[in-house]
Design a protein around this ligand. Structure first.
Ligand SMILES: C=CC1=C(C)c2cc3[nH]c(cc4nc(cc5[nH]c(cc1n2)c(C)c5CCC(=O)O)C(CCC(=O)O)=C4C)c(C)c3C=C
Ligand SMILES: [Fe+2]
Ligand SMILES: [Fe+2]
Length: 369
């Protein structure tokens, strides 16, 4: 049997192209308990995600977690599922389309964009094969996680290399490790908050919530915790917030071990008890709205806050296909393609981008004051 995946061959004579894979986590194919079980099994078997020794973990996963969790998770998914499917997939697909259109308009050199999920569909393998079909001889992987964590960014990189391991003609590969402090990313966040405040007013407290990871990962050297705090500080500075006006939390604790603190649910209960007047929550680590932001943050968190005596709660949507974020993604991609695409063009376009951005910031700040 052939070890290698059946794959399209590069077409000699056709101009080689650059491919970009937008990597995200993945989501169940449907709302059925079976589909959720299949997704959770693939996800939770990843050694980057759960670092418990295999012989213990296989037992716990198959006889406890995959028995009870798929049903309860499916009920949560049902609260946020759209007519077009899982919100994560819908938002990430819209992002991919918007970025494709933007890059086609502004770059003369052809760049192909594909979405590749670490678990489920559209898979990383599908993304690689599509790019090969389009004659891409170089691939840039952009994980849609601004803050690096082994369980998110590195597992996306693993997923790509797992496909390439079975590929005979391996393309040139580059990966983006993180962009938690990238000025374009911070600026896109800032603009989305200012736009939100223009419509809804400024809160008494801005909660910046990030997906949690086990505390043990931090102790073993995962930079995620520090990168989340840096993003929060830079966003707060960009918004000219005082230290008392914002706070960081971590959500989605899984299992009994200690995760990064403070926990989001406890913080919302606390803010509710303190009768915090007006809370806005933003999740800067999520490029697309998904189960975690729409259900855990906006439904569960809102309920905890209000039932503990809080007054007003609002969730600031993820960047999704917000044009400022698409501009920023293009900027980050082009920076990482230096040497692969025409330098003159990149310089020209970046100068243009920052001029537009400066104008928009000035306009929003004027309206805010
Ligand atoms: C088991 C431990 C988990 C780690 C570690 C973890 C890290 C991590 N996850 C994201 C982003 C997302 N996670 C999502 C869902 C989700 N996450 C876990 C567990 C861990 N995540 C589970 C079991 C689930 C599935 C839902 C559930 O049953 O609770 C999602 C949303 C997917 C969707 O379909 O909408 C995202 C996105 C990051 C960024 C991260 C490390 C920093
Ligand atoms: Fe997760
Ligand atoms: Fe969660």
């Amino acid at each position: 049997m052939n070890y290698f995946t059946k794959e399209p061959q590069y077409q000699h004579g056709d101009p080689p192209k650059i491919g970009v894979i937008l990597a995200n986590l993945g989501t169940p194919d449907s709302l059925s308990t079976q589909a959720v079980r299949k997704y959770l099994q693939q996800f939770l078997m990843d050694r980057r995600v759960v670092e418990v020794p295999r012989f213990i973990w296989c037992w716990i996963l198959h006889f406890i977690i995959l028995v009870f969790r798929p049903g309860s998770s499916a009920k949560k998914y049902a609260k946020v599922w759209t007519k077009k499917g899982s919100p994560l997939l819908v938002n990430a697909t819209n992002q991919t389309k918007a970025l494709t259109a933007k890059i086609k308009k502004s770059v003369s050199q052809p760049i192909e964009i594909e979405l590749g999920m670490s678990y489920g569909n559209p898979s990383m393998k599908n993304a690689v094969l599509k790019l090969k079909e389009k004659n891409c001889t170089k691939i840039l992987l952009l994980p849609l996680y601004p803050q690096y964590a082994a369980s998110s960014s590195a597992s996306a990189m693993d997923a790509l290399w797992r496909v390439l391991l079975k590929t005979r003609n391996v393309p040139g590969v580059r990966t983006v490790r993180n962009y938690h402090d990238h000025p374009l990313y911070i600026n896109a966040l800032k603009l989305s908050v200012l736009q939100f405040w223009k419509k809804n007013g400024k809160p008494t407290k801005l909660v910046m919530s990030f997906h949690g990871i086990p505390k043990k990962s931090l102790m073993q050297g995962d930079p995620y915790h520090c990168e989340c705090y840096k993003t929060a500080r830079l966003l707060a500075e960009a918004l000219k917030l005082k230290e008392s006006e914002y706070i960081v939390s971590f959500q989605s604790r899984f299992g009994r071990a200690e995760w990064l603190k403070p926990y989001y649910a406890e913080m919302m209960a606390d803010l509710g008890k303190k009768k915090e007047k007006n809370v806005h929550v933003i999740c800067p680590g999520f490029s697309s709205d998904c189960l975690e932001t729409l259900e855990e943050i906006n439904i569960e968190g809102r309920h905890i806050f209000l039932s503990n005596g809080g007054k007003n709660f609002s969730y600031i949507p993820a960047l999704n296909d917000n044009p400022d974020w698409i501009d920023a993604m293009q900027g980050i991609i082009l920076e990482n393609l230096q040497g692969w695409i025409d330098k003159n063009w990149t310089a020209k376009k970046e100068a243009n981008n920052s001029a537009i951005t400066k104008k928009r910031v000035a306009l929003l700040e004027k309206k805010q004051s």
